[in-house]
Design a protein around this ligand. Structure first.
Ligand SMILES: [Zn+2]
Length: 408
């Protein structure tokens, strides 16, 4: 851990007057500040069946929470899709224009076959879901200020900054959520990002470079993507882990550094990027945290925030193993069990029918698309082998190269 100071680079975000937005809707008191929409689930045109990651994890988290009577359809907050005007709060027009090229989106999502798709398909199946996630993070941040906590079941695109995407992140939802609060909520003049995804959060770091209103704590595996040395200059509290770091060491570092960060910086809100790619066996994260460790980690963050009366927003970010959705749901259930999040109306809300993430009318298109995807040529497959081969050789203090790619 170290504290870096940076003095010579201006913030890349252009100041604009607040615009009219549909994202800041009023939410009925009896709804939980848990935000989700079926539109989150990319489906990836069938790609999820060929990849080692679960691109429908958000829908599965939601299903688990419904099955356990934590939330129901009518108690869940539904976000709107972020509009171009909303996105322009942080993004440069030229960046948004670049997303009209499928090749650009293929690079951001690290899925090469996306490059050959007509852009209207990429917009519908890839970017539109991301815009819903982004609307969700912005709304959940508003709710966190009103209720003391908010959870977006998706979001956490921490590799995207104002003028560039990457690592499966097309829009800078964390930056946007904070800037919306700065613009629209006079109670928020300072914000803290606690980024505990396995990867460095270089997107929000670039966006808040030299912005004294935002304190960034980032705990990540230094041996994996994105290796963004420039962005590191924006981190106020940096904890770099080696490969295969285990629960005890990890949780001790997380707890002590959050405590120190909160003593160091008086914040009006905590934005918690709760990536689960720290999970043992994750082909991209290369850490070795158990499901129990992840649940404890989330509890630590909420406990520290709630005890101090600081509103906390959680986004789920990276982590796409098949077991990930169950762990995220279990963690949210644990937060409720421990009294760190509360619900007043669950008894009044009957269970609702299941939802399908992909409309049946689109299945022919999915079949067509699958024909273009070689089963072993994606970066993720290569990364998995690469990461595994390092397991016996790396130490927790001397990380070397693992995957060159990142998914959040
Ligand atoms: Zn990650």
């Amino acid at each position: 851990m170290s504290a870096d100071n940076n003095t010579s680079v201006e913030s890349p975000i252009e100041k604009r007057p607040p615009h009219e937005t549909q994202l800041y809707v009023s939410v009925e008191e009896w709804k939980w500040p848990i935000v989700y929409d079926p539109q989150y689930n990319i489906g990836f045109l069938g790609l999820e069946k060929l990849h080692p990651f679960d691109a429908g994890k958000w829908g599965r988290v939601y299903k688990f929470l419904k099955d356990d009577n934590i939330i129901q359809d009518d108690t869940t907050v539904r976000p709107r899709e972020a509009s171009e005007q909303d996105l322009l709060v942080v993004h440069k027009k030229s960046y948004l224009e670049s997303l009209k090229w499928s090749l650009t989106v293929a690079g951001i999502t690290e899925v090469p076959p996306v490059a050959i798709l007509p852009n209207f398909i990429v917009q519908k199946y890839v970017l539109k879901p991301f815009r819903y996630h982004t609307g969700g993070t912005i709304l959940a941040a508003k709710l966190a200020m009103e209720r003391g906590w908010g959870i977006n079941i998706g979001g956490g695109f921490h590799h995207c900054s104002s003028d560039r995407g990457g690592g499966f992140c097309a829009y800078a939802d964390i930056t946007l959520a904070i800037l919306f609060l700065f613009e629209r909520n006079p109670k928020v003049t300072k914000a803290m990002i606690i980024d505990l995804d396995a990867h460095q959060g270089n997107g929000h770091e670039r966006d808040f470079m030299n912005d004294d209103r935002v304190y960034i704590m980032d705990v990540y595996n230094r041996g994996i993507y994105p290796h963004d040395g420039f962005a590191k200059r924006a981190i106020k509290r940096k904890v770099e882990l080696g490969h295969l770091t285990k629960d005890d060491e990890y949780l001790n570092l997380v707890e002590s550094n959050i405590e120190d960060a909160l003593n160091e910086f008086q914040t009006d809100i905590i934005v918690y990027n709760a990536g689960t790619d720290i999970l043992e066996g994750d082909p991209l994260g290369c850490l070795s945290i158990t499901p129990k460790g992840i649940i404890q980690r989330d509890e630590i963050v909420f406990e520290k925030a709630r005890k101090r009366g600081i509103p906390v927003l959680m986004v789920t970010s990276g982590g796409y193993q098949k077991t990930t959705a169950r762990i995220i749901a279990d963690s949210i259930i644990n937060l409720k069990t421990k009294g760190l999040i509360s619900c007043q109306t669950e008894k009044n809300c009957p269970p609702s029918p299941r939802e399908s993430s992909i409309p049946s009318s689109d299945r022919n298109l999915i079949s067509w698309f699958k024909g273009f995807i070689p089963s072993s040529s994606t970066p993720e497959f290569q990364s998995k082998e690469h990461c595994t081969s390092h397991k016996t050789t790396v130490t927790t203090t001397g990380a070397s190269d693992c995957p060159g790619q990142g998914l959040q």
